[in-house]
Design a protein. Structure first.
Length: 339
């Protein structure tokens, strides 16, 4: 028996990707903390562009934990100029040590939000020289980040417009943004299930998470507000920094834009999943092998049981509700659920 989620498990709502006035966001770090605390979040990572800051002092109450990190980006332009018609890559770097504010591959052209004197005083990781947008450089950048104590997440692949073969070639990302509120509002295309499945078929078992990538240029509660739209349910043993990092490293979390999964257990090939009321519950064994549980009249379902085909190289689960919101789990290998 393998119990991934039990009804007694603690689940902490997290936004792992956000921006403040320290880069191109409209809210101060303090305002972000207050907004996400009021919205019921337990974990917040303020990941400003090329601007790593230790915000853990803002964890002034026991109900909200601040993770240290920043968003790094690599563009074809050597001056970091934005081009809406060319690809680029953005990576969230989440620090395993809450006081790690090192900059990977420091390049003043890209580090344009942090004051230069502050950036120069930070520890610099990797003798990478000027940023260069090609596959080998990106891989070296990821490697330096991981060796420097960061978890590396791949951000908004649809928005980034990278060639699929490039994305499939990278090694070392721990998780893929399955949902990104800001990018979804921009194009409607930032739900990355097909890419996730292609990675799995290449043997790349990235985890999946949801995040807002919020800049808060629109007021809370309006149609284009980019806060509170996608998040990650972290299955940590408690709300301590190292416990949360350990859960992220192990893949003890899932991505959601609404539904909550309350039970996910494996008895070898037999799976039981319970959740908040949903329209459909799906077990994915490949794009051609997906088992659906639903009621023909469309009434809600909260319980599903599946038998995973013997030949399935992996399985992951989706919970869908009528308004299009969804929860998606990471993929499980046969050696995990058949033990």
């Amino acid at each position: 028996m393998f119990a991934y989620i039990t009804p007694q498990a603690k689940q902490y709502r997290a936004n792992l990707h956000s921006h403040s006035t320290l880069s191109d966001g409209r809210l101060t770090p303090e305002q972000l903390v207050e907004a996400y605390r009021e919205a019921g979040y337990s974990i917040l990572a303020i990941t400003d562009h090329e601007a790593p800051y230790d915000h853990t002092a803002l964890s002034s109450t026991p109900d909200l934990l601040l993770l240290t990190g920043y968003e790094a980006y690599i563009r074809p332009s050597h001056t970091a100029a934005f081009d809406p018609f060319r690809p680029e890559i953005h990576l969230n770097l989440l620090a395993k040590d809450p006081h790690n504010t090192a900059i990977v591959g420091f390049d003043p052209n890209f580090c344009k939000y942090m004051p230069l004197k502050v950036a120069q005083q930070r520890k610099h990781l990797g003798n990478l020289g000027p940023r260069r947008y090609y596959r080998a450089y990106v891989q070296e950048f990821m490697d330096e980040a991981r060796h420097g104590g960061y978890l590396v997440a791949y951000n908004h692949p649809c928005w980034s417009m990278e060639a699929e073969e490039d994305v499939l070639s990278y090694q070392g990302c721990f998780s893929l943004e399955m949902f990104n509120t800001g990018s979804q509002l921009t194009s409607g295309g930032e739900s990355n299930l097909a890419l996730f499945d292609k990675l799995l078929r290449r043997g790349k078992f990235l985890f999946v998470h949801g995040a807002d990538d919020n800049h808060n240029k629109e007021p809370f509660g309006t149609l284009l507000c980019d806060s509170f739209g996608a998040w990650t349910q972290v299955l940590a043993k408690d709300l301590e920094y190292q416990s949360v990092i350990e859960a992220l490293e192990k893949g003890d979390f899932y991505a959601t834009t609404g539904p909550t999964i309350t039970n996910l257990t494996f008895d070898r090939n037999h799976v039981t999943l319970d959740c908040t009321p949903a329209q459909r519950i799906i077990a994915h064994g490949s794009p051609k092998v997906a088992r659906n549980i639903c009621n023909p009249d469309g009434s809600p379902v909260t319980h599903a049981e599946f038998d995973i085909p013997d030949k399935a190289p992996y399985v992951y689960f989706s919970v869908l509700i009528a308004d299009g919101k969804a929860a998606r789990t990471r993929a499980f290998r046969p050696e995990e659920f058949r033990r």
